[in-house]
Ligand binder design. Sequence first.
Ligand code: FES
Ligand code: FES
Length: 212
Amino acid sequence: MTTAENPATATDTRTITLLVNGREVTRAVSTRTTLSDFLREDLDLVSVHLGCEHGVCGCCTVLFDGESVRACLMLAVQARGHEVETVESLSADQNDLHPIQQSFAEEQGLQCGFCTPAMVLRAKEILADGRERSDAEVRSDISGILCRCTGYQNIVNAVQNAGRKLSRGANGGAGTHDGVGTSAVDGAETEQATDIDRAPGFDGPAGTEQRG
Ligand code: FES
Ligand code: FES
C-alpha cells in the first residue's frame, strides 16, 4: 500500500507560532511531533528530559500557559498560540540563578539532575501563590515527578527554602528572572512577542497536568 493510499503513514505538516520562553517562535512541524521532541530537537531546549516518553516519570515537565504538563504527552501542534516555558527561561547566567535554582543548590536538592528541570518548574508553578507549604503538601505537589536519586527530602527542603526566598523577594524575586534565559532559542525565527494569536477552541492539554 502506498503512502497516498494509507493516510496513517503520510507525513502531515503544520506551521505553528507559539511563545517559548518569552519569544515568539514560528516553525513547520510534523503533526506527529511531540512537544518534547519539538523543544529539544527544533529549539535545542535540552533541559526537557525524556525518561519514559509515556507520561509516567514527569521528567519532561514544562509550563504550558503557566501550568505544568508532560511534554511527551502533547503534540507540538497543540501548542500553537500558547506559551511554553522551560527551565532555560529562569536564568541566563549560572552566576545569577533564579531563587528556586539557588535553593536546589543550597539544599542539595539534586544528584544526577535528571529530574531537576521538571522539579524546578513545578516548584515555580506551585510557589506562585506565595503560600507556605508543609512537607506533606510539597511531597503531594511534586508527586507527579519521579526522582531516582535524592529520596525527595532535600527536594522538599529546596522547595520550602525557595518559597521563603521568593516571599522575601530574594534577588528581586522570580519576576526579575523570568524570560531572561532565552538564548537557547537564538537562531530560531524569534522576535520579542507582545501578542500572538491564540488557538481558538483549544482549552489545554487534557490529562497532562501534574496535579492529582
Ligand atoms: S518522559 Fe516520562 S512523563 Fe514524559
Ligand atoms: S536527582 Fe537524579 S533523578 Fe532526581
